[in-house]
Write a protein that binds this ligand. Structure first.
Ligand code: SF4
Ligand code: SF4
Ligand code: SF4
Length: 578
């Protein structure tokens, strides 16, 4: 620890801290735009490029950026002098001089750090004007909109994409006024190995990277008398959507979510958790077969489309080891357009399946050609958690005051195992619950496999399942997945099963969730809420979900059957790696 003085106050701080971290320790919030710290993932983006966090340091003639200035014993810092505050305003003014000031219609309106800072610094007029950037929008994919005219060159997206995810799409190109962050050759994202995880969108402080908005298509379907419109909602949506309406992070809002979807006019409100249970039936069947034959191990989970696209581009030699089971979103779509459509007598082309997902990659996934039959997509429209919140606001729904309602049948009932898909480790734990029962032939009382839970990027455990020792690993964040896969390629690690999720922490931290602005404490609250929801469920194992049993009895025969394979499994294809 060292001792320093901040605004005439003696402070003891760790010797490796920055001035910014030291000031936060005593409750002073120096504004920043480019700095991003994600404590629970041990990630810090420290560029000093926006210069908004400048402070005065005694003995130094120039103002110092607090985020990049290390503390020194005896240092004297002033954060609130007129010189420092005026310099911050000037920096902001310069940034705004080349920024389209269309806040009212910007996707980020209300969530933009630049807009918020202009308010906090009391900027009521803009001094500078001149040449403005005029880049075309990148709209050529299903997931992400890039508007470089709004880019402030903070380069947080680069850290998300290159350091955390190691996908390596974004970097600074060109110089001076023309400098922007773009893929190599300034290609559209659709022509790159981008996996559409949306972690760059979550990191972007302004409206330069935003979500492709499909809510208008949902409104159009809901108002089309020819269409029957059903909705599925992913596990991680229910524990985060409340944040958009002022509810405490970690509030379980499942019942209000169902009520809100009914108010919006969906004909049936179903649950992706039901399909997560279905995924477990198929994936666990594969796992047990591979263990019994001691073949093709480890099995890799395949529920995350960001991770699937990652291995298709970057690990084509491992393409045969992921489970062939479709993701819960796509299993739901396939079952809705076949089993459910037949049951209610609606032609698949007149049934519109809408997904509410925490995820931007799910938008891309639904558009993959494997997930359509006879030209009819299994999932028609995907909106994010934020997208659903904005639809509720458009419709004047006072979400926080809604009475709890229940999902519809037959695709709405789920077990606790389906719920935990929303957290890193959840898919594997759900599979272990079913594998333990199937291998032992009993209904085991112990359902919690706590060793596989947590936020750490790579976790390993040896779990006892019906007298067998299974070695498993869990990884979230693609940089961590890469480390794990490279160890397997080098023959340094052997596992029976590995769960991989593209987003650090899993879907609860998906690119379509309410923005956390670096507050990773929110993620921990969401994670705990998922496990509370699981613990409260009367059925906690996928294979004991009565509606899943009924689906097999009435339609699919048994897990791994030809019918199940036709509807619920897929294949992967190697893709260019540039
Ligand atoms: S969506 Fe993911 S992979 Fe694509 S540019 Fe953003 S961070 Fe990189
Ligand atoms: S796109 Fe967003 S995150 Fe990336 S440099 Fe520009 S403003 Fe920063
Ligand atoms: S971890 Fe979840 S939210 Fe993130 S890309 Fe994968 S499926 Fe989507």
């Amino acid at each position: 620890m060292i001792e320093m003085t901040i605004n005439d106050r003696k402070v003891r701080v760790p010797e490796n801290a920055t001035v910014l971290q030291a000031t936060r320790q005593i409750g002073i919030k120096i504004p920043t735009l480019c700095h991003l710290q994600l404590d629970c993932f041990e990630v810090e983006h420290r560029m000093g490029s926006c210069r908004v966090c400048v402070v005065e340091v005694e003995g130094r003639p120039n103002l110092a950026p607090a985020c990049c200035t290390p503390v020194i014993d005896g240092m004297v810092v002033r954060t609130n002098t007129m010189r420092a505050i005026n310099a911050r305003r000037t920096m902001l003014d310069l940034l705004l001089s080349d920024h389209p000031k269309d806040c009212l219609t910007c996707e980020k309106n209300g969530d933009c750090n630049l807009q918020q800072l202009a308010g906090e610094l009391g900027l009521h007029s803009i001094l500078y004007s001149g040449e403005m950037s005029t880049y075309p929008l990148d709209l050529a994919n299903e997931s992400i909109v890039r508007d470089l005219n709004k880019c402030i060159m903070c380069r947080r997206c680069e850290t998300a994409c290159n350091t955390v995810q190691t996908v390596g799409i974004l970097s600074g190109v060109r110089r001076g006024f023309e400098a922007v962050v773009a893929p190599s050759g300034e290609r559209p994202l659709a022509d790159t190995k981008c996996v559409f995880c949306g972690q760059c969108v979550a990191a972007c402080p302004v409206g330069a990277l935003t979500t492709m908005n499909h809510t208008y298509e949902v409104w159009r379907a809901l108002n089309d008398p020819e269409k029957t419109v059903v909705v599925q909602t992913a596990p991680a949506v229910r524990i985060a959507i409340g944040e958009e309406f002022g509810l405490e992070p970690g509030t379980i809002a499942t019942g209000k979510l169902v009520a809100a979807l009914r108010h919006l006019g969906f004909d049936q409100v179903f649950d992706t958790d039901f399909a997560a249970d279905l995924t477990i039936m198929e994936e666990t069947t594969e796992l047990i077969e591979r263990i019994k034959n001691n073949q093709n191990l480890p099995i890799l989970t395949s529920c995350c489309p960001g991770w699937v696209k990652f291995f298709e581009h970057q690990f084509p030699d491992l393409i045969n080891i992921p489970s062939t089971a479709k993701s819960p979103q796509q299993m739901f779509g396939a079952v809705a357009k076949s089993y459910y459509a037949e049951k209610v007598g609606v032609a698949p082309e007149n049934l519109v399946v809408v997904s509410v997902m925490p995820c931007l990659a799910k938008k891309y996934e639904a558009s993959r050609e494997e997930f359509a039959r006879d030209g009819v997509r299994d999932v028609d429209i995907v909106i994010s958690t934020r997208g659903l919140a904005s639809m509720c606001k458009e419709a004047g729904i006072v979400f926080e005051q809604l009475e709890d309602e229940e999902f519809d049948s037959p695709l709405g009932a789920s077990s606790g195992a389906g719920v935990i898909f929303g957290a890193s480790g959840g898919v594997l734990e759900a599979a272990l619950r079913t594998a333990a029962d199937w291998l032992s032939g009993e209904d085991l009382a112990e359902v919690d496999f706590a060793d596989v839970r947590g936020m750490k990027g790579i976790r390993e455990a040896t779990v006892e399942v019906a007298g067998r020792q299974l070695k498993v690993a869990i990884s979230s964040g693609l940089g961590n997945a890469r480390q794990l896969l490279e160890r397997i390629q080098r023959g340094e690690a052997e596992y029976h099963a590995i769960e991989i999720m593209a987003c650090p922490g899993g879907c609860l931290n998906g690119g379509g969730q309410p923005y956390i602005n670096g507050d990773t404490g929110i993620l921990e609250k969401r994670r705990k809420a998922i496990y509370r929801e699981d613990a409260n469920k009367p059925v906690r194992k996928s294979h004991l979900n009565p509606d899943i049993q009924k689906l097999y009895a009435e339609y699919l025969d048994k897990p791994g059957s030809p019918r199940a394979h036709e509807l619920l499994h897929t294949k992967y294809s190697p893709r260019d790696n540039f």
